[in-house]
Design a protein around this ligand. Structure first.
Ligand SMILES: [Zn+2]
Length: 314
């Protein structure tokens, strides 16, 4: 049986670009600031005022066009998944952009969205957890295991620095893909020990063949006292169900194959396991001091997610 989780909203909006994607450890983009009183900047004269005004008007026009394009893109995507009988609105603020309502476009998890920033129930659950459990996010060097979307935009504007990556089958870990996005395999990260204060990811580890190695790698690249905050699809079972096993040196499927969708590969990302509550023990066994579930206060139409918060020893 093949199970695909549609994720139409995952596609980046037009005119967006992975501006943080080329950042890697030690290759942080310098912060550029503009100080209007800086004497090194060209001062306005009567001859330049008109030119500057024209440039500002042109930039404002371009920004307006981009906003309109993004709005139509969002609307088009919403129309693709909306089920009119299940369309509903809830007065719960988005944890990312503070917009006062959330929409339910259809009767499944993917249909719950913030109408302004497009954050899903999963992303809003994770960010509410960060706000509740991780102090001083603005002082954190953060690593997120994806390269675009509302969570990336939030971390970019709220963290001290942000490192992004994706996993590509045909790119060596530590290299940059054709699209300019760094490739990392969480089972063998190329970052130095203690590179980050915070690591985040959503719906990744069920697709990692050796998840315990992945957890230990995340622990390795975190600084003492660092946090790993993430989601996976969680069942109510106490025990994780492995869908594959090694026999005679080969990995074989012991349950019908299950695939999930992501924005790069489509609906063909292999699922190795279905996690149960023992994921906390797996995380602690991989080197973390403790791991706990955090349940957001937001209901999100019943689709709020439990989020795993793991802390490395100080
Ligand atoms: Zn929002």
């Amino acid at each position: 049986m093949s199970v695909a989780r549609p994720c139409l909203f995952c596609a980046p909006a037009p005119m967006t670009r992975p501006s943080c994607a080329s950042r890697g450890p030690g290759r942080q983009t310098p912060r550029i600031t503009h100080d209007k009183n800086d004497p090194a900047l060209p001062q306005k004269t009567s001859n330049t005022i008109e030119t500057l005004d024209c440039m500002q008007a042109s930039e404002a026009s371009n920004n307006f066009q981009r906003a309109i394009q993004a709005m139509f893109h969002t609307l088009k995507q919403a129309m693709q998944i909306v089920k009119w009988r299940q369309l509903s609105i809830a007065t719960e603020r988005c944890s990312l952009c503070n917009f006062p309502v959330n929409l339910r476009l259809s009767g499944n998890e993917i249909g719950v969205r913030c109408p302004r920033c497009r954050a899903s129930a999963i992303t809003q659950s994770l960010v509410e957890t960060l706000q509740a459990c991780v102090a001083n996010l603005a002082q954190k060097d953060t690593y997120e295991l994806s390269s675009s979307g509302p969570l990336v935009a939030y971390l970019k504007s709220h963290s001290r620095s942000l490192t992004l990556s994706e996993y590509f089958d045909d790119v060596s870990p530590g290299s940059v893909s054709i699209s300019g996005i760094p490739c990392e395999d969480v089972q063998q990260l190329t970052f130095r020990d203690a590179s980050f204060d915070l690591c985040t990811c959503t719906e990744v580890f069920e697709h990692v063949a050796d998840d315990l190695k992945g957890f230990s790698e995340i622990c390795r690249v975190l600084r003492p006292g660092g946090f790993f905050v993430f989601t996976v699809p969680l069942s109510s079972s106490d025990v994780t169900t492995e869908r594959t096993a090694f026999r005679d040196g080969k990995r074989i499927n012991i349950l019908p194959v299950e695939y999930h969708r992501d924005r790069w590969r489509g609906p063909c990302v292999f699922c190795f396991r279905n996690y149960g509550n023992d994921i906390l023990e797996r995380v602690v066994a991989s080197g973390f001091r403790k791991a706990e579930f955090f349940l957001p206060q937001r209901k999100l139409f019943g689709f709020a997610r439990r989020v795993i918060v793991a802390e490395k020893s100080r």
